[in-house]
Design a protein around this ligand. Sequence first.
Ligand code: TYD
Ligand code: MG
Length: 453
Amino acid sequence: MAKGIIFFCQNCGYESSKWMGQCPGCKEWNTFVEEAVPKKGTGAKSRLGKERSVPVTLKEIELKEEERISTGIGELDRVLGGGIVAGSLILVGGDPGIGKSTLLLQVCRNLANDHHDVMYISGEESLKQIKLRARRIGEFKDTLTLFCETNLADIEEVVKAKKPEVVIIDSIQTMYNENISAAPGSVSQVRESTGTLMMLAKTLGIAIFIVGHVTKEGVVAGPRVLEHMVDTVLYFEGDRHASYRILRGVKNRFGSTNEIGVFEMQGNGLREVANPSEFMLNGKPVGASGSVVTCSLEGTRPILVEIQALVSDTTFQIPRRTTVGIDFNRVNLLLAVLEKRAGMQLGGCDAYVNLTGGMRLSEPSIDLAVVAAVISSYRNTVIDEHTIIFGEVGLTGEVRGVAQAEVRIKEAEKMGFTRCIVPKSNYEGIMANGKPGIDIVGVAGVVELAEVL
Ligand code: TYD
Ligand code: MG
């Protein structure tokens, strides 16, 4: 091994002295890339050490109510926990082309129109390209400055001189520090750049948004490398071919995570979707077997989604199982429960389970709906289209209660559903709070579910 050479996993930042096929940190394959070790003394750490801090007691700390700047986009404000906190570092990650630049340019527009000083620093697009995009979005005021630069030292200088309230860095993978020989987008460059930006944000009290591309190929460092350094991590997800996008908070030092914002990409930028349930159920088939609606709680918001299952005799030696939007292992587990506890012969069947609408859900409360969809497809019987089903399923086939059942029922009622199949343990609680406007059916196990469907 040559001296001063180290290998970094481009996905999670794992360091190793030798090349490895699989990263021990994130288990991704073929992500190690050779990088030169940064020279001593160039890192943000050495600069952090200049100001010496002293230990204090809790009492001595003065708390100011955090001032939040509204982005003018309600869905984004909610995911941020009520707006932008001054001095915070926010990472916006997502696949290329998903709409990160568009969203942030819209934020710039709203902030500028609200008389805030904003600076949009782009390393990816020319000023003309940004102008073209801006023209699609709408009117802009003059308090927005644009800056095309990738050299971090220059950016630091300009930001220090102009002191805008909010800065956008699009994207972190194009930024570089001259003192580091590794290419822009490598783990050491991305780390160093983020460190510099963090210093800027904290010392000047500027909120900085960092755009980070997610890459599957491992050509540039993924946003996971810097997740731990920033205050807030938001991921933009959704099907590139569908028009809606979901902004998900996965880390937030100033608010709750799990909140989501729903947007639709239109010809003139991203629009907020006020009623995601309606959006998610758009195009739901009528009178088809294997389709069922469930309600998942995303942060504080109930969202109705459709789950589809297709169970058919297999032509393979080993039956095929695939899932979209739902955890694969969870579905396998539920199929095993059905086989063992409800006596269904699924061993000879292929099973495909989809969450329509391009959402990804991991809440266990959708288990019962997955089970219902599989039963419906297996028997080839249709589930009444005005029925909604939620509950967690355990290994013995029991149906366990879920949190905030009332909120979910209210959402179902609002969307015009007339029957709700819920865990038996939730049933009493719901009834005790006054009978809701829709029929409630409590089930204790998957066998009982198969009977009431
Ligand atoms: P973009 O914000 O450039 O993605 P990212 O910065 O995450 O790479 O989004 C680009 C896509 O959005 C592109 O395919 C064009 C589309 N788009 C619209 O559909 N409407 C619009 O008003 C804009 C500005 C972009
Ligand atoms: Mg972009």
